[in-house]
Design a protein around this ligand. Structure first.
Ligand code: GYE
Length: 306
């Protein structure tokens, strides 16, 4: 369907399906693995991929989606950086007759007809599993347990949902208290900087819950610099289970990780083909994932692909 000949072939020319994909950015190890998965599986599926990196800005994603509409791609997929503010551009895609697939993160649009399906993790569950592990493992006999939280990108589905799931789980024990919670934007630099502030402002920090591995890895530097031992003086729980996170867990610097799989490419290509062919697809497809303790990380690490 793409008429621009100098981009090297279009659906109309060679029968190839053209997929426009707007990626959030390159903020984390998770994101890097996700981008590789999408590019590799597009090539393997014989799909022409138009890939755009939005550098964590919604306005860039909206621009990219409008470009895809103008280029008349066959299918648009994107991972929305934040949950709100998508209705107008999604309506434009719908009016142009281009099906949209949400991957990884969802939108809060009331009109579910604006997209065909949402492929991704259950972020509330990841937060809940993190909180449940803490409930089972926190030393609450000696009084209150002070928790600091590094949130992901403000307004993003994983930040909103992981915060919610974690808070709900730890409510089961009134000794567990979140004493500070702030965004580190899912980056190592953000995690380090905000953890430094937390350590300055709070004399007693028992637990860190970081919404992803990268922020936890950044926080390690701040914790060590403050003369504390990560994994011992401060219990560290994160989400993702990318290789560097798993290494920190196996090394005893992290204590628990709730997995979030970035390997969405093969399923996305399958869905793109189906919606392009006008086939019905499930409205929600959930990624399968697990959790890791230190012992489990040691075992899984040698075979970890990303
Ligand atoms: O957990 C984080 C990344 O949307 C699930 O985004 C994704 C999150 C992931 O930056 O590392």
């Amino acid at each position: 369907a793409c008429g621009n000949s100098d981009t090297g072939g279009s659906a109309a020319d060679d029968g190839k399906l053209t997929l426009g994909f707007s990626q959030v950015g390159a903020e984390s190890g998770w994101r890097t693995a996700n981008t590789i998965s999408i590019k590799d599986s597009a090539a393997a599926a014989g799909i022409e991929l138009k890939f755009d990196d939005a550098q964590q800005k919604q306005e860039n994603q909206i621009k990219a989606i409008r470009n895809f509409i103008q280029q008349k791609v066959d299918v648009i997929a994107f991972s929305p950086v934040v949950e709100s503010g998508w209705d107008t551009v999604l309506k434009e895609a719908k009016d142009a007759g281009i099906p949209v697939i949400l991957t990884d993160r969802s939108v809060d649009s009331a009109d579910k007809s604006l997209y065909k399906t949402f492929l991704g993790s259950d972020f509330v569950k990841e937060g809940r599993l993190s909180g449940e592990w803490l409930i089972a493992n926190a030393k609450t006999t000696s009084g209150p347990v002070n928790i600091v939280e590094l949130q992901g990108t403000t307004g993003s589905a994983p930040a909103n949902d992981r915060k919610k799931g974690f808070a709900e789980a730890i409510a089961a024990n009134p000794n567990l208290k979140i004493v500070a919670s702030q965004s580190g934007d899912f980056t190592r630099a953000g995690g380090k900087q905000v953890m430094e502030q937390f350590l300055k402002a709070n004399t007693k920090i028992d637990v860190l819950f970081a919404h992803n591995d990268d922020m936890g890895l950044g926080a390690l530097e701040a914790i060590t610099a403050a003369g504390k031992v990560p994994g011992k003086d401060i219990t560290i729980i994160t989400v993702d289970a990318v290789k560097d996170g798993m290494q920190a867990l196996a090394d005893g610097k992290f204590n628990f990780i709730a997995e979030c799989s970035p390997l969405l490419g093969p399923q996305l290509m399958d869905l793109a083909k189906k919606v392009d062919a006008g086939q019905e697809v499930p409205a929600r497809i959930e990624t399968e994932e697990t959790t890791f303790t230190q012992a489990q990380a040691k075992e899984a690490l040698p075979n970890r692909k990303y």
